[in-house]
Design a binder for this molecule. Structure first.
Ligand code: C2E
Ligand code: MG
Ligand code: MG
Length: 566
């Protein structure tokens, strides 16, 4: 028994019963249930819906008198639909004149009501289904004439069946292209080209009966599709094809390339799976060092996610999905730590994707400029928050906001910041600005000018992620900054190995030389805090004190400070 027959044996054919009377529906369904997979509709409209939504219905059993849409109207619509037209209909009626009418408008047979013995009905249905199938087989060609592989249509159908019966198998979608097939035709003639195609098809058939399970088809002139059980490595398969083609020519090698979409997503449209395989294959076109290209799921998913975030951000801001968290910075110069300021850090509570940390979207928005939209939102929110806390607790807690590279090159930066502090009745020293060190390294001249100008307006600037941006020592001496934020990678091992501690000491020396205080980020342990204090670090930010928290939670720190100052 070949694979096709196997599947056909396994599938129960589907029958759709269209009948408004419950008792008739049930009775007929009961007769057919053993032999068929039975679907039900209560009127013509519902039946059309079911036919459109379900593939592979072999026959319709149709009552004529029904509410909403009767059998005649149903037949009329169905017969004018090129797809639905092929499905045979048996009419069920007690009215002899209706029989003739319905045969005239396309029904294949009729069953008398009340029903005959079940054997009679079953025999009629079987005969009509078989007749229709034979007609289908006559009109559709299953095999490609030249190569004997399945045609596109049948390939598709069998593959879908395979999916249905083996839902747990991991399947791969593979495309096989012949490089410069037109040249092969031109050089050696069409019949030689045909020979190549036939040989490849024979080789594929061989593979599908030995190495993998699945189907192949000639999709296009010189392109083959293979839908098969998962392989980790396609090199043996490729080698089999190449070796099998070797004796066809002695002058020019025939080259093939493979595009592979591994472990296909079964929910994806079937054709779409091969679009992925083909896309992979196209990516190595002309590159003779690479002959197999694997579709990169991750890259694709990432691109999709990026696209999604980009299109969602504006709405997100409008809907309050983007929220600002605050992380305290403590001064450790005295005997006891004192709340000094806070850093505003963005979070995105995405309705479908959940809580997104900035690492998931900030770098993306930095690439396309959307970061400014986000930053402006955060600055405004932070300024408003400083004001609110000031009014409520009578204390000033300056908040630092992150300023992106893009913002720096925006002429309106200064005006925007100045009006923000003015609108909220703040002094410019209360809104701190964090600018990453790598921004300094990039276009030092312009950045230095912008920062100098901001400082002249009273803003305080902290150089963020210090130690990762490779500022030259020479440049550091002309940098206008008010604090260095030591990147957390230096803090991480400061209590673990002597080298890290030494490095931090060196950085502290530089800061001392520049006369700017150092803020250590990412301090999680008491031991780290002690060492940092020893080497002269004045401000600490990190989980040791608190993670970034929503404003309401941050108020605990304000209350503590309030009680201390009283
Ligand atoms: P950053 O400005 O260097 O912020 C410090 C990051 O270190 C924050 O990560 C904070 O949660 C994390 N952190 C603080 N203390 C600890 C600690 O003890 N242990 C560990 N493991 N991590 C700690 P977050 O909030 O995920 O932000 C990551 C980066 O995203 C920020 O680095 C900043 O570059 C960027 N970012 C965040 N909010 C904004 C924003 O509003 N605008 C812009 N342009 N960038 C932002
Ligand atoms: Mg920062
Ligand atoms: Mg940082």
């Amino acid at each position: 028994m070949d694979r096709k027959e196997r599947y056909q044996k396994q599938i129960k054919k589907r029958v759709l019963i269209v009948e408004d009377e419950y008792i008739n529906r049930e009775m007929l369904g009961f007769m057919l249930n053993n032999a068929y997979d039975v679907l039900y509709a209560e009127n013509g409209r519902e039946a059309l819906d079911i036919l459109k939504k379900n593939d592979g219905i072999s026959i319709v059993l149709l009552d004529l008198m029904m509410p909403v849409m009767d059998g005649f109207e149903f037949l009329d619509i169905k017969q004018n639909d090129p797809e639905l037209k092929k499905i045979p209909v048996i009419v069920m009626t007690s009215d002899e004149t209706a029989e003739v009418r319905s045969l005239n408008i396309g029904a294949s047979d009729f069953i008398k009501k009340p029903y005959d013995a079940p054997e009679v009905i079953l025999a009629r249905i079987k005969r009509i289904v078989e007749l229709a199938e034979d007609r289908d087989i006559i009109t559709a060609t299953e095999r490609d004439e030249l190569t004997g592989l399945y045609t596109r249509q049948f390939f598709h159908e069998y593959a879908v069946q395979l999916d249905q019966y083996y839902p747990d198998w991991s399947m791969d979608a593979v495309s096989l292209d012949i490089d410069n097939f037109h040249l092969i035709n031109d050089l050696y003639g069409r019949s030689f080209g045909d020979k190549v195609l036939i040989r490849i098809s024979d080789l594929l058939r061989e593979l599908l009966s030995t190495m993998v399970d699945g189907y192949a088809c000639r999709y296009d002139r010189d392109m083959f599709y293979i839908y098969c059980t998962h392989l980790d490595d396609y090199e043996p398969l490729r080698k089999h094809i190449i070796d099998g083609l070797a004796d066809l020519t002695d002058t020019q090698r025939i080259r093939v390339r493979f595009g592979v979409y591994l472990n296909v997503d079964r929910n994806m449209d079937f054709e779409q799976r091969f679009v992925r395989a083909k896309r992979a294959s196209d990516s190595i076109k002309g590159d003779f060092t690479k002959r197999i290209a694997v579709y990169d799921n991750e890259a694709h998913d990432k691109a999709l996610l990026s696209q999604r975030l980009i299109s969602d951000v504006q709405r997100g801001i409008g809907n309050g999905e983007l929220v600002v968290y605050y992380q305290p910075k403590y001064s450790i110069e005295g005997d006891r730590p004192v709340l000094k300021s806070a850093e505003a850090l963005i979070r995105w509570k995405h309705p479908e994707l959940g809580m997104l940390p900035p690492g998931e979207f900030v770098p993306l928005f930095e690439q396309n400029g959307l970061i400014q939209l986000l930053d402006h939102f955060v600055w405004a929110e932070a300024a408003r928050q400083i004001r609110e806390w000031k009014d409520r607790y009578g204390v000033t807690v300056p908040v630092s906001v992150n300023v992106s590279r893009m913002d720096i090159y925006d002429d309106r930066l200064e005006d925007r910041l100045v009006s923000l502090v003015e609108e909220n009745g703040l002094s410019s020293g209360e809104l701190l600005l964090e600018i990453t060190e790598s921004a300094y390294a990039e276009n030092a001249k312009q950045l230095i000018d912008v920062v100098a100008s901001l400082r002249s307006k009273g803003f305080l600037v902290e150089m963020d992620d210090f130690g990762t941006g490779y500022s030259s020592l020479n440049m550091l001496s002309v940098l206008p900054v008010d604090a260095l934020k030591l990147d957390m990678q230096f803090v991480k091992n400061v209590n673990k190995d002597a080298k890290s501690l030494r490095l931090v000491q060196l950085i502290m020396g530089i800061a001392d030389f520049l006369s700017v205080p150092v803020i250590a980020e990412g301090v999680e342990e008491e031991e780290q805090l002690k060492l940092l204090k020893q080497v002269g670090c004045s401000i600490i930010q990190g989980y040791y004190f608190s993670k970034p928290v929503p404003p309401a939670e941050f108020e605990v720190f304000l209350k503590d400070r309030e009680s201390e100052t009283v």
